[in-house]
Ligand binder design. Sequence first.
Ligand code: NAP
Length: 498
Amino acid sequence: MTTTRARSVQHFIDGAFEDSADAQPIDRLAPATDEVVSIVQAGGAPEVARAVGAARAAFDEGPWPRMTGMERSIILGRVAELIDRDAAELAALDAEETGKPIRLAEGDIAGAAGLWRYAASLALTMSGSTYTSNGPDFTGLVLREPIGVVGLIVPWNFPALILSQKLPFALAAGCTAVVKPSELTSSSAQHLVRLAAEAGVPRGVIGMVVGDGRAGQAIAEADGIDLVSFTGSTATGRRVIAASTGNIKKLSLELGGNAANVVFADADLEDAAAGVVFGVNFNNGECCVSQPRLLVEDSIADDFVAEVARQTRMLRVGQPMDRTTDVGALIHAGHLQKVTSYIGGAADEGGEVIVGGTRVTDGLLARGQFVAPTVIDRVGPESAAFQDEIFGPVLTVTRFHDQDEAVRLANGVQYGLANSVWSKNVDTVLQVAKRLKSGTVYANTTIDAPPQMPFGGYKASGVGREMGQAGFEEFTELKSVNIRTGKRAASFAIRAGA
Ligand code: NAP
């Protein structure tokens, strides 16, 4: 159903918002109500080519890469202030289009402002190194330079936040950018791009092409782009790799995850149970570092699982704008279908669904994509529900005997983005943290990601890092300048040993 308040979402090319020349726009249905809330232009190769052309000109000839770090930092800091000013509006856009609870969307926007502030500080740190170890006649300079024009492809689960894990870092380094948000959640990106212009980011430095995967594919293929920073599924990540080979562009890939919460008998079990329930249900379970696999030591498993089940039953499924909602609507009907089919598959394989397991259609939720928070006990490691990224509020429980088995189970999936370990024994925490094959390990906590710590995946969870100094440096190139002082001896004579 189309409502009169449906927003228009346009491309932003060379400093102006515009529609596609001829393609039919895409209707975005709010996942909680099934009403059309946004009408999104469908961009493709022509729009990407023009946005890349403007970003290329802005990089090759414009002021942005030539400003001092301080000048860029001041503008990025101003964007953070404007995000604070418009926080309520930005949070409402993300809550409506993703279906996530408004309280979480507000947290995302506060986090986004923090990322712009942190990146503003990094603009001042751009530096290389000097080698004085090459003998008295040589000085080796390693210069750090912005990589050029970057393509930033963003998924739907944290629209403003993940864009803010990329764009301000690229801008801080002096790059120019072409952004592609998900067709499902483009409105907050449109707002952020507008705020960046208001803050003083010059024309052409940021372009945005909205639309479906065709726009993303065109960015991955574009010869005028030097690096693509992509966040999304591992399957699409593989397509981005294949599409990017034309000009051998650099890639930073933040892909899928399937984290484990590893709970030992000597953990603070009250804390751990609350962490497990939060870790899998946060953001409706639609989170790359969501923790859908509970691995629990068998000596405490029955009591611990009973407590996790009790807390899960207390979660409130509801409309995103309701402040008492803990779990909102899943992103679209097809995704709801996928999540419930994993629950059915695990039950068919002998898993015991002890909480939830079904779609929620009560009262106001009848037209939305809601699923009950679910706990499935006694799931084996060969089950698809254990191996795959379900991306919903669904917890599987698997028991282990000792540390070796716990580590084997935790590492026994293709992903390696994040895991948690719960124990009050420092030996156990450190040993397990070192043995887990994931880019992040949370110890006695879950889903905390301070912006100064690098974030990224092992194995099929990706390549490269976001955030931290490492995330900033992804957007740079190193150039070695070897300087000889004094007169250079003849090369051939040196080679002959004369
Ligand atoms: P997705 O389907 O892979 O889409 C990600 C982005 O890529 C969207 O903007 C999408 O556009 C675009 N896209 C689609 N086809 C493309 C193509 N052929 N070439 C280039 N771009 C293309 O992922 P999603 O469903 O939005 O997001 C969920 C996935 O992201 C999960 O696997 C999750 O774990 C992962 N994720 C990872 C991290 C991390 O930091 N590692 C963070 C968040 C999410 P459309 O949406 O318009 O089709």
